[in-house]
Design a protein around this ligand. Structure first.
Ligand code: 6LW
Length: 521
């Protein structure tokens, strides 16, 4: 009997989808504007997870250019059938709905390579795919109700997919609008067949405080679906905003090799008030069946800190499970850039990177010279040792990022003709920049500087110093201004390095000698 601590994947790993192939479990989460997109995890026991790759990992596979933060890759669904992995997902441009849409990708190896997208002629988000035992394949998803009875009512549709042509065929049926009257955002639909009965699992209430999981069942895949009298079968909204986990929802069911049932779902862990800087994280919940219905977290009815997994071996958490402290080496799969591959502006060198500085800044919805990792711990020290011969107006720094419009930066900025170098801290809040502090740095232009973000709850201290000196605090930022409760959007925080010439032509190379992520126990 092994107990695994929730969240299974700490940090911004939302909208989890899971499937099992033989003894192996695979899990994918959404990633919005970050690149590579849609990380793929593998486990043999539901408790120890290791990332094995990404679904979207090469130029030309999908066009994210210009898509604003919290747009991009929304909720995926991962399934396996006849030796092929199928992934369906939505590319969303909130500013231009003629871009993107629902697509399907396949792979024989979940670590990749994955195919280019096959676009599906259907609107809405949260597509899912179900392989029936009669060989027919059914796509389903959610969209705003065509004839809404109330604001934000959605409808779950189902339609057959020709597995050969990968085209939708036949009539479309609307099968669900959510379990409760006036319910909003019935989404994240997933169809299953258990003992000959079809089940529709769906989220509702929206992916914030009122999030919930409901279920319905039918004798035919196209319905009519009858809701469980116990709906919602899981929610934390009745626990209040002081609960250690809020927003539980967006579940996916999986039957383990030993016949037991489990669900992955997302949730948030507020701290420092109702703020969840780590974003929507992936949790595990045990499931049993009673009277032909799944019961989530039997006997407790909520996500627990620890989950007993009888068939699991010793917990050997992977890097993504937030267990690794120290240097994040360039080959670590946690690294992400924005919208396009980092190879466009970076080269791995030793324990760090050479960043080819770009005129674009973190405030632009493009691909600045930025590389970052998720903040996965409330209390963590992130240190980057950087060096660069900076011209006036050129910056190399460390950032805590929510989006283009909301992030903080602590950076070394180029000196005007021989003046001492300065370190500056800036908060970009709703697109407006405020300088929070600055200090002068002794040492020559190319002397290494260590920049530090030291998070202790909602206090983010930004420090800087010559590499061999005790760092000085440049500013302390209130993290409550950075989470999605304050800023909107779907993301948790990333912490990363960046180099910008602020719009000027440049050929500067910024050296990132090392980047350390050190959780504070
Ligand atoms: C996801 C959907 C949702 O596709 O947010 O609010 C979207 N609910 O389920 C992005 O996570």
């Amino acid at each position: 009997m092994t107990a695994v601590r929730n969240p299974l994947l700490p940090g911004c790993y939302p909208d989890p989808t899971i499937c099992r192939v033989g003894e192996d479990y695979y899990l994918v989460t959404s990633t919005f504007e970050y690149f590579p997109g849609l990380p793929v995890f593998r486990s043999r026991d539901l408790v120890s997870w290791e990332q094995i790759g990404h679904v979207v990992d090469r130029p030309g596979q999908l066009d994210f250019d210009g898509i604003a933060s919290s747009g991009g890759l929304y909720a995926p669904t991962l399934r396996h059938h006849d030796g092929v992995f199928w992934l369906v997902c939505t590319l969303v441009d909130q500013q231009d709905d003629t871009r993107g849409g629902n697509f399907l990708m396949t792979a024989t190896d979940p670590a990749g390579p994955w195919s280019d997208p096959g676009w599906l002629d259907v609107d809405g988000i949260d597509p899912s795919i179900f392989f029936d035992d009669d060989g027919r394949v059914w796509m389903h998803g959610t969209r705003p109700a065509r004839e809404p009875e109330w604001h934000d009512q959605t409808e779950v549709w189902v339609r057959e997919l020709d597995p050969e042509t990968k085209k939708l065929v036949g009539p479309e049926q609307v099968i669900w609008n959510g379990a409760l009257r006036n319910v909003v955002w019935a989404e994240a639909p997933h169809l299953y067949k258990v003992d000959g009965t079809y089940y529709l699992l769906a989220a509702e209430g929206g992916t914030e405080f009122h999030h919930a999981v409901s279920i319905a069942r039918a004798d035919s895949v196209t319905g009519p679906y009858v809701g469980n009298k116990g709906n919602p079968i899981l929610t934390h909204r009745h626990l209040g905003r002081g609960s250690d986990v809020v927003g539980a929802g967006h579940a996916d069911l999986v039957q383990a090799a030993d016949g037991s049932w489990w669900a992955t779902l997302l949730g948030m862990r507020p701290y420092g008030g109702y703020h969840y800087n780590l974003g929507r994280e992936t949790f595990l919940v045990p499931v049993v069946w009673e009277d032909g219905w799944p019961v989530f977290a039997p006997g407790v009815g909520r996500v627990l800190d620890e989950v007993e997994v009888p068939f699991a071996g010793q917990v050997r958490p992977g890097v993504a499970q937030g267990c690794v402290s120290g240097v994040v080496r360039p080959d670590d799969l946690r690294w992400t850039s924005l919208r396009r591959p980092a190879a466009g502006f970076s080269s791995a060198r030793g324990d760090g990177w050479d960043l080819r500085m770009r005129p674009s800044t973190l405030g632009d919805p493009v691909t600045p010279a930025f590389l970052g990792v998720r903040q996965q711990h409330k209390d963590v020290d992130v240190r980057a040792t950087v060096r660069a011969a900076l011209a006036a107006g050129e910056d190399v720094g460390l950032t805590v990022r929510q989006s283009e419009d909301d992030h903080v930066r602590v950076f070394v900025t180029g000196a005007d003709g021989g003046k001492e170098r300065r370190v500056v801290a800036v908060h970009r809040q709703g697109g407006i920049e405020t300088t929070l502090g600055e200090l002068s740095l002794a040492g020559g232009a190319e002397e290494p500087v260590t920049l530090t973000v030291s998070a202790r709850g909602q206090d983010y201290s930004l420090l800087a110093g010559a590499a061999d000196e005790e760092p000085a605090t440049v500013a302390v930022v209130d993290g409550r201004a950075l989470d999605s409760v304050a800023t909107g959007g779907f993301l948790g925080l990333w912490i990363g390095v960046y180099a910008t010439s602020n719009g000027r032509p440049t050929a500067t190379i910024a050296r990132v000698e090392r980047f350390e992520y050190v959780p504070v126990a």
